[in-house]
Design a protein around this ligand. Structure first.
Ligand SMILES: C[S@@+](CC[C@H](N)C(=O)[O-])C[C@H]1O[C@@H](n2cnc3c(N)ncnc32)[C@H](O)[C@@H]1O
Length: 396
C-alpha cells in the first residue's frame, strides 16, 4: 500500500536520497559524479519545487516510510507528470503503476490528456509507459514526449481491426432472436420520442432501431467503430457526437437514452459511471428513461485464491476473465485461435457493478428504478440471472 503526502522543505534530503538511489540503480548516474554536490543541488531544486505554486511535489510513502517522489503539474489542458522516482527497494511492487493509474483517472475525469517526458536512456521507464498505453507524440534525440488520453485508449482498444471484425450478421449478438426483442422493447420505451445510444459502436442496435422508425442519435469514442456504422447509415439518419459518454453533449432532448451490451462497465471508475448516469439525465425530458443492459458480476464462480475464470473454451476461442476484487475490476482476455498454434488476443478492461450499486448511481442522478428483467423479452430477474435489463426513469 502506498500513500502520497505533499512534500515540504524538510523532505529535501529524503527526496535527494530517493533520486540518487533510483538514478544509480538504473545505471544512469554519470561516472565520477561528486555525490555531495549532486545531492546539494537536488535538495535546492526540491525546495524550489515545494515553493513553486504551478507544480505539486509529493513524497510517496510505502509501509509508512518515505520512498519515492512524484511531481505533477496541472493546467487547464492537461495533467503533466513531471517526474516519478521510486527507491529501488520498492520498485517492481506495482506502486508506479498504481500512481499512474490514479493520474489517468484524474485526466479522464477532467477530459484532458496525461502527458510526460521520458529520457531516451531510460528504457525501463519507456517500457512501463508503453505498457500503460502512452503513445509518443513528440520529442528530440534526448527525450520522448508521451501522452495518454481516454479517447486514445478507447481508439487503441476499438481499433480498425477490431471494428472490422465486430459485426457478425445474423450470429451471436447480431442474431435476429437477440436484436428483434431488443429493438421492440427499446421502441416501446421510447414512447414515440427520440432515442440516444451511449457508445453506439457500429450501430448493431441503432441501425435496426432507426429502421423500426425511432429517430436515433449516438455518442461514440472510437473513430474505427463509427466508420463501420457509416457504411450502414449516414450522419443525417443517425447523427453521432464523437466523445465520452460520461461527458459529451448531444444536441436536443430525448425520451430514451440506452447503454447496452455491458458497456457502462467500460468506464473504469465509480466516479465516471456516476457521471454517465448524470449525463443520461441531462439529455432526457421529464419522465424520460435510461436503459442499461449489464451482466451480473460472476464472483460466485471465483474460488478463493483463484483470480480468474474461464468463460468460454471452444476450439477457436477462449475467454478468460481476471479479477481485481479490491478495485472491482475484471479484464476479459479474448483469445481467438486460427490455424496452427497462433492466437490473437483482445483485452477489454471493465469495472463491474452490482445491480444495487447501479440503482444507487441512478438515484444520485435523480432516477428511480422502473423495472428490471433478465432479458429484453421481460423474463423475470432472479438470483440466478446472469444479466439484466434495467429501466430507470426521471420524474415526470
Ligand atoms: C461492446 S461495444 C458496444 C457497441 C454497441 N453499443 C453494441 O451494442 O454493439 C463498446 C463500445 O463502447 C465504446 N466506448 C467505450 N467507452 C466509451 C466512452 N467512454 N464513451 C463513448 N464510447 C465508448 C467503444 O468504442 C465501443 O464502440
Amino acid at each position: 500500500m502506498h500513500r502520497l503526502r505533499p512534500a515540504t522543505d524538510a523532505d529535501a534530503a529524503l527526496l535527494a536520497e530517493v533520486a540518487f538511489a533510483a538514478t544509480s540503480g538504473q545505471g544512469r548516474m554519470p561516472a565520477g559524479v561528486d555525490e555531495t554536490a549532486w545531492r546539494t543541488e537536488f535538495e535546492g531544486w526540491s525546495r524550489e519545487s515545494v515553493a513553486d505554486p504551478t507544480t505539486d511535489l509529493a513524497v510517496v510513502e510505502v509501509d509508512g516510510r518515505g520512498a519515492g517522489r512524484l511531481r505533477v503539474s496541472r493546467t487547464a489542458d492537461s495533467v503533466e507528470l513531471n517526474g516519478i522516482q521510486l527507491h529501488p527497494d520498492i520498485q517492481n511492487r506495482g506502486v508506479g503503476t498504481a500512481i499512474i493509474t490514479t493520474l489517468k483517472s484524474e485526466a479522464a475525469r477532467r477530459d484532458v490528456p496525461l502527458r510526460l517526458h521520458v529520457e531516451r536512456d531510460n528504457p525501463n521507464a519507456r517500457r512501463l509507459y508503453d505498457r500503460l498505453g502512452f503513445v509518443r507524440t513528440g520529442g528530440d534525440d534526448k527525450e520522448d514526449v508521451m501522452e495518454w488520453s481516454k479517447a486514445a485508449e478507447q481508439n487503441r482498444l476499438w481499433n480498425a481491426e477490431v471494428a472490422q471484425r465486430y459485426d457478425t450478421p445474423g450470429v451471436g449478438m447480431f442474431a435476429e432472436d437477440v436484436l428483434g426483442p431488443t429493438v421492440e422493447r427499446l421502441a416501446g420505451l421510447a414512447g414515440g420520442g427520440r432515442a440516444l445510444e451511449f457508445a453506439i459502436g457500429t450501430g448493431r442496435v441503432a441501425v435496426p432501431l432507426s429502421e423500426y422508425g425511432v429517430p436515433v442519435s449516438g455518442i461514440e469514442f472510437s473513430d474505427a467503430m463509427l466508420e463501420q456504422l457509416r457504411t450502414k447509415a449516414d450522419a443525417d439518419t443517425i447523427p453521432v457526437v464523437t466523445g465520452d459518454m460520461a461527458t459529451a453533449r448531444v444536441p436536443g432532448e430525448f425520451s430514451l437514452v440506452y447503454l447496452v451490451f455491458n458497456t457502462i462497465a467500460n468506464l473504469l471508475t465509480q466516479e465516471e459511471q456516476v457521471a454517465c448516469f448524470r449525463n443520461a439525465a441531462r439529455h432526457l425530458s421529464p419522465g424520460g428513461r435510461f436503459v442499461i443492459e449489464l451482466w451480473v458480476p460472476e464472483l460466485r464462480r471465483l474460488p478463493p485464491g483463484t483470480p480468474a475464470t474461464v468463460g468460454t473454451a471452444d476450439p477457436g476461442y477462449i475467454l478468460l476473465d481476471t479479477y481485481d476484487v479490491l478495485k472491482q475490476h475484471v479484464v476479459s482476455h479474448h483469445f481467438h485461435f486460427s490455424e496452427g498454434t497462433e492466437a490473437q488476443l483482445f483485452r477489454t478492461p471493465h469495472r463491474y457493478i452490482w445491480p444495487a450499486e447501479l440503482d444507487l448511481m441512478a438515484q444520485l442522478a435523480g432516477f428511480t428504478l422502473e423495472s428490471r428483467h433478465a432479458d429484453w423479452t421481460t423474463t423475470e430477474f432472479t438470483a440466478d440471472s446472469p444479466s439484466h435489463v434495467s429501466v430507470y426513469r426521471l420524474p415526470s
